[in-house]
Design a protein around this ligand. Structure first.
Ligand code: ADP
Ligand code: MG
Length: 671
């Protein structure tokens, strides 16, 4: 549907959005404008007139008698279907309010400063609809230029409540966003003054079309993660392939196993049956060429979960094969994981897709669109002390989706934090709702750009809805932590594994050696959005008693091979008696212990003292930063990590990584 400004304004007016009083004139007889109060605005409309000011189709500050001449002038220059004459609103702060349909996440509300300067200023905020009043206020407060709304440079403050009401009318529960079938639209500008708001321009944008809805009945994914027996389809008796590799992994993991092979009685020492129909398993892994996968699926009746490892589907331009596969799964009544995915890892269930044996079972879950990345997060994460409850890779998500898995994992008793690696939201609305419903910490890493949101770039609103910003809005609204690297994904999950998601209030105290390192620590926390509150005055006295000259927060306290291992814990205990900081970040320069000799033992003594401090301070979350760890001989860092992990202390190799993790913990507590 395309509509002219006055038609959109009629819709807005009916919904309760203030618009200027106006009349539509299709000839040159402007008598009807007599009822309007001057000054007047004359706007020409017609099929090609989109950005009206650019082509001289808007005239401001007119009196009634000017109208006919100005209209004649516009007619002479432009292809005009008619005119809108309206009252001119008083000047104020010009805002943009837009509603677009993101291809992944559905209806998104945008607001920002600027009116005609919107594109130049790029000062906008996004939220997924429906927004809450709190969302509306936070959107406005998050604008870089928000001070113009609250009264700056002697100007009167804007009626912010009226702006909030307008945002709610457009993007709130029951708002205009529910009528997006009418088209996307953009109000630019909305003029906000001290006594209200008024939308003086409104237009429709081309709509990229509806998003597909999803989901049927909820599935219990427990057998996916803890299968009683597993089948591997596609291992060879003559030419070892991926199927054989997985047979090897499963054999090592010790899960009851059967191979599916057309002729052999056994494959690589594993008993074989000729068809999946004869395998009594609740999980089957399929590693045969793409064209043959659907045929395997058709025999999967009675197997609740089938994972298709093979690639060669939608990701290489064969959506037809993928549809056939999904159809075969539906017909067999089985749930399909993938295709083009690595599978599932769950030490508790002896499920695996990585070599080198199963790690310890723990509380961290991971959903990953990429199998390779999931493998890295498992291996590197376990090296750094992460322990997984369930890891699942989803590949092309032809059937089982990340959102569905997240809903299940959020209620899984073994899982206390979930990491998500995605490249495309797939069923974005579902995912958003699953994130909102999840009460445990969710850490989100988003890779790549899909070009979504760019399609509408012809319009102001569409052009500014970049992928990254929609994801930021999703995380902000749903209370998830958005990280920007694999390292931070692991680091933040490690923090949640160690410290859970208790209320993270109380502030952050940083303690360690070196003035320079302390200043840089302050910067790292600042960048991560964490304020380091100053020490309370009583603290100075307490510290003097311990022979420490208080320098502030970060607090500089010597830690080295010759120092007293227990000094830092004593300082921390003394400070916490003055003020109960929620997080204490302790850092140590590992290099100082090894440059002039081998002082591993003093470093361990320090780590043990820190571990004892954590045991004595159960209400405080201690985090350890081992800076310059590469200067230690092999094995030393692992031992420090082991001592810390046993006490529930996460360890980071850089202040930046620790700051991101502590910030994420605090943000979660606040959200
Ligand atoms: P465009 O198609 O160029 O965006 P607009 O309808 O937004 O045209 O008009 C251009 C500018 O004129 C607006 O940004 C606003 O500053 C001003 N304007 C338009 N209509 C009104 C009005 N009714 N009252 C006050 N100012 C107006
Ligand atoms: Mg405009």
């Amino acid at each position: 549907m395309s509509a002219y400004e006055h038609e959109v304004k009629a819709l807005l007016g009916a919904a309760g959005v203030p618009v200027p009083r106006g009349v539509v004139v299709d000839g040159l007889d402007f008598d009807r404008a007599g009822e309007l109060a001057e000054p007047l605005v004359l706007k020409a409309f017609g099929p090609g007139l989109v950005h009206k000011s650019d082509v001289g189709a808007v005239a401001l500050g007119l009196s009634r008698k000017d109208l006919a001449a100005r209209a004649a002038d516009m007619r002479a220059r432009l292809e005009v279907a008619g005119f809108l004459v309206e009252e001119q609103a008083e000047a104020g702060v010009e805002l943009i309010v837009g509603l677009v349909r993101d291809p992944g996440f559905g209806p998104v509300l945008l607001t920002g400063l600027g009116g005609v300067w919107t594109e130049a200023l790029r000062d906008t905020a996004l939220r997924l609809c429906p927004i809450s009043e709190e969302d509306a206020r936070r959107m406005l407060a998050s604008l870089r230029g928000s001070s113009v709304l609250y009264g700056s440079r002697g100007g009167p403050p804007v009626d912010v409540d009226a702006v909030v009401k307008l945002l709610m009318t457009v993007g709130g529960p029951g708002g205009l966003w529910e009528r997006l079938e009418l088209g996307e639209f953009e109000l630019n500008p909305v003029i906000a003054g001290s006594s209200g708001v008024i939308a003086v321009d409104a237009r429709y944008l081309p709509s990229p079309g509806p998003v597909a809805g999803a989901s049927g009945a909820a599935t219990d994914f427990l057998p996916l993660f803890e299968p009683k027996a597993v089948a591997v389809v596609g291992a060879s008796t003559t030419r070892p392939n991926f199927g054989n590799m997985f047979l090897g992994f499963y054999r090592a993991a010790g899960v009851p196993l059967v191979a599916v092979h057309p002729t052999a009685d056994e494959v690589a020492g594993v008993p074989a049956v000729p068809s999946l129909a004869e395998a009594d398993v609740d999980y089957a892994l399929v590693a045969v060429p793409a064209e043959r996968c659907a045929e395997v699926l058709r025999e999967a009746r009675g197997v609740p979960f089938v994972q298709v490892m093979s690639g060669g589907f939608a990701e290489v331009g064969r959506p037809d094969l993928e549809e056939e596969l999904a159809e075969a799964a539906r017909a067999a009544g089985t749930r399909l994981l993938g295709p083009n995915c690595m599978g599932v890892y769950s030490p508790r269930g002896r499920q695996t897709f990585v070599g080198g044996g199963l790690g310890p079972a723990g509380p961290v879950a991971l959903i990953s669109q990429s199998g390779g990345l999931a493998g890295e997060v498992i291996k590197v994460g376990e090296r750094r002390g992460l322990a997984f409850s369930r890891v699942v890779t989803v590949g092309n998500s032809a059937d089982v989706t990340p959102a569905e898995l997240l809903r299940w994992l959020a209620r899984d008793e073994e899982t206390r934090a979930v990491g998500l690696y995605l490249e495309d939201p797939r069923d974005g609305r579902e995912l958003f709702e699953a994130l909102q419903a999840a009460e445990l910490p969710v850490v989100l890493l988003v890779g790549g750009r899909t070009g979504q949101g760019q399609e509408a770039a012809a319009s102001h609103t569409g052009g500014m809805v970049s992928d990254r910003r929609v994801w930021e809005a999703v995380a902000e609204q749903a209370g998830a932590v958005l990280v920007s690297s694999q390292d931070d994904l692991i680091g933040v999950l490690a923090y949640f594994q160690a410290h859970g998601s208790r209320d993270a209030s109380g502030g952050v105290l940083v303690v360690g050696p070196s003035g320079g390192a302390s200043v840089l620590a302050a910067d790292a926390f600042d960048l991560a959005g964490v304020r380091l509150d100053p020490l309370p005055p009583e603290a100075l006295e307490a510290l003097r008693g311990l022979g420490v000259v208080a320098s502030g927060n970060p607090l500089e306290v010597p830690v080295g091979p010759l120092g007293r291992a227990g000094l830092v814990p004593e300082v921390v205990s003394a400070l916490l008696r003055c003020r109960p900081y929620g997080d204490v970040v302790l850092h140590v320069n590992v290099q100082a212990f090894f440059t002039y000799g081998d002082a591993a033992e003093p470093l361990y003594a320090y780590a043990r003292a820190v571990a004892q401090a954590q045991a004595a301070l159960p209400g405080t979350r201690i985090t350890l930063v081992t800076r310059n760890g590469e200067c230690a001989p092999p094995g030393v860092e692992d031992e420090v990590r082991r001592i810390a992990a046993a006490a529930g202390i996460p360890v980071y190799r850089s202040m930046e990584a620790a700051a991101v993790a502590v910030a994420a913990g605090g943000r979660y507590g606040v959200a």
